[in-house]
Design a protein around this ligand. Structure first.
Ligand code: SF4
Length: 191
């Protein structure tokens, strides 16, 4: 059942949050007081599972907030096409961010949860890929978050969901693009 997979995803997100919190605490890394906001990063999401989970959050959000999110998402998505004309990538705030805080925090996607910590993951062929963390992460600390179990578990949830829904399309969307698709699905237009 789809509900079971979304429940499994909720459990996986809890494990991610716990692993992130533990490493951040050990390394004395905190976002507190930072003038930047990572929600201006152009994150792409790659799973239908995370789309459906975020959709649950959007459905449960208070109507005015939902309408504002959709209105902002439209502006962000329209800005992508203006980037082509301008020949530059704009720094655009995620439409879900309100005064520095995520309005769908409980339902936010994986990359929003893991961003900031140095990390690595093992590919199916055994090769290792690594990525840096936030510039505020202590330069003398060599700790890294192993994302492998999270990616593997998410791939399993995605595989089961796709099989159940008969979904075969490639998925790569920003949060703004997902919100615009959700607005069509919910048949909601902005105010
Ligand atoms: S979904 Fe939430 S945490 Fe993720 S980029 Fe948007 S506002 Fe930030």
């Amino acid at each position: 059942m789809i509900e079971n997979e979304l429940k499994a995803l909720a459990g996986l997100y809890d494990r991610m949050d716990k692993a992130y919190g533990e490493l951040a605490a050990r390394s004395r890394f905190s976002c507190g007081g930072c003038a930047d906001n990572c929600c201006t990063q152009r994150f792409h999401h790659h799973t239908l599972a995370e789309y459906l989970y975020l959709l649950e959050g959007l459905k449960r959000t208070e109507a005015r907030t939902r309408e504002t999110i959709i209105k902002r998402a439209r502006i962000v998505v329209e800005s992508y096409s203006h980037e082509l004309q301008a020949g530059e990538i704009f720094k655009l705030m995620c439409p879900v961010n309100f005064d520095g805080l995520c309005a769908l925090y409980q339902w936010r996607p994986m990359i929003c949860r893991l961003h900031g910590l140095p990390h690595f993951f093992l590919m199916p062929d055994g090769s290792r890929k690594a990525g840096g963390g936030c510039h505020r992460f202590p330069a003398t600390d060599s700790s890294m978050l192993d994302r492998t179990p999270f990616y593997t578990a998410l791939a399993g949830i995605e595989k089961r969901l796709r099989e159940q829904l008969g979904f075969r399309e490639r998925f790569k969307k920003t949060t703004a693009q997902m919100i615009m698709e959700m607005s069509l699905e919910l048949d909601i237009d902005e105010m």
